[in-house]
Design a protein around this ligand. Structure first.
Ligand code: ATP
Ligand code: MG
Length: 257
C-alpha cells in the first residue's frame, strides 16, 4: 500500500489516469508551475519510475521559484521511506504524479486526503473506454463521492470540431463529473516541459490561448484548495468494497512531535 505522506496544512493535488500517455506528467508539472508562479509553495511527488516529473524539477532554470521534488519510486540508502517522502512544512501544496497502470486496488491510497483529483483524458475511443472504467473504479472501489466535487476531468490534447472531440465531450457530459478544462493540443506544453517551466511561466504573448483554456481549471482548483476535507474524503477503504470497513489514513500519517 502506498502511503502518501503529509503535514496538516498540506494540500494534495493528485493527477491520475492508469491509461498511459494521457498527459498526467505534463499536467502535474504545469500545475506545480502554476502554483509557484502565483506565489504559492509547491512540491512535486513523482511516483512514476520513468521519472519525467522529477527530471522536470531538475531542469528548472535558476532564478525561477523552486519546486521541491521527490522521486517516490527511488529509495536512497540510509534513510527510511517516510523520511525520504516527507514534505517540509514550508511547502503547503503537493502535486502527485502517478504512473500508468496503477491497479484499481491502489487508487484509494492516492485519492484519500486529496483536495483535488484530476484525470486527464485524451480524445480517442480507447482513452474514453479507459476513463469510463477509471471513473467507475474511483466511485465504487476508492469510494469517491461525485457530490463532494474533488474529482475533475481535464479533456486533453483537443483539436476543435473533430469527431474524437465531440465523442469525448459527449461522453464526459454523461459522466456527471465536471470537465474542469479542455486543453488544446499544443507544442507550448512540450516546449515548456523541455525548459523545466509551465505555460504560466512562458511569455503571455506566446501562450495566450492556453492561458485562457486554463482559467476554468485554476478557478476550480483554487476553490478546491479552499474547501476543507470531510472525514469521508480522508477515508481509505481497506477491504473489498462489499465489506465496507474503512480506516482514517491520517491516524497513521500524523507527523511525530
Ligand atoms: N496538451 C498537450 N499538447 C501537446 N502535447 C501534449 C499535451 N499534453 C501532453 N502532451 C504530450 O503527450 C505525451 C504524453 O504526455 P505525458 O508524458 O504527460 O503523459 P503521461 O500520462 O504522464 O504518460 P505516462 O502514462 O507514460 O506517465 C508527451 O509527449 C507530452 O509532451
Ligand atoms: Mg507520466
Amino acid at each position: 500500500m502506498i502511503n502518501v505522506p503529509g503535514h496538516p496544512e498540506l494540500r494534495r493535488i493528485v493527477v491520475l489516469n492508469p491509461k498511459g500517455g494521457s498527459g498526467k506528467s505534463t499536467l502535474a508539472t504545469s500545475l506545480a508551475g502554476y502554483l509557484v508562479a502565483t506565489g504559492k509553495t509547491a512540491a512535486l511527488l513523482d511516483f512514476d519510475p520513468q521519472g519525467s516529473t522529477i527530471r522536470w524539477v531538475r531542469r528548472r532554470p535558476e532564478g525561477r521559484p523552486a519546486v521541491y521534488g521527490i522521486s517516490a519510486s527511488e529509495q536512497p540508502a540510509g534513510v527510511t521511506r517516510s523520511f525520504h517522502l516527507r514534505i517540509p512544512h514550508e511547502y503547503r501544496h503537493v502535486v502527485i504524479d502517478t504512473p500508468a497502470a496503477v491497479p484499481s486496488s491502489q487508487l484509494a491510497s492516492f485519492t484519500s486526503g486529496a483536495h483535488a483529483i484530476l484525470v486527464p483524458v485524451l480524445p480517442s475511443q480507447i482513452d474514453i473506454d479507459a476513463a469510463s472504467r477509471l471513473v467507475a473504479d474511483l466511485l465504487l472501489i476508492a469510494k469517491l463521492s461525485r457530490r463532494m466535487g474533488r474529482l475533475g476531468i481535464v479533456a486533453n490534447r483537443l483539436r476543435d470540431n473533430t469527431v474524437a472531440f465531440r465523442r469525448l465531450m459527449s461522453f464526459l457530459d454523461r459522466l456527471s463529473i465536471p470537465v474542469v478544462a479542455t486543453l488544446r493540443d499544443s507544442q507550448n506544453y512540450v516546449h515548456a516541459a523541455e525548459e523545466g517551466l509551465s505555460i504560466h511561466e512562458l511569455p503571455a504573448s506566446r501562450v495566450r490561448k492556453d492561458l485562457v483554456s486554463w482559467l476554468p481549471l485554476t478557478r476550480w482548483l483554487e476553490s478546491r484548495l479552499e474547501t476543507p476535507l470531510t472525514a469521508r474524503d480522508r477515508l481509505l477503504p481497506v477491504k473489498a468494497p462489499a465489506q465496507g470497513r474503512v480506516v482514517n489514513l491520517d491516524d497513521h500519517r500524523r507527523p511525530r512531535a
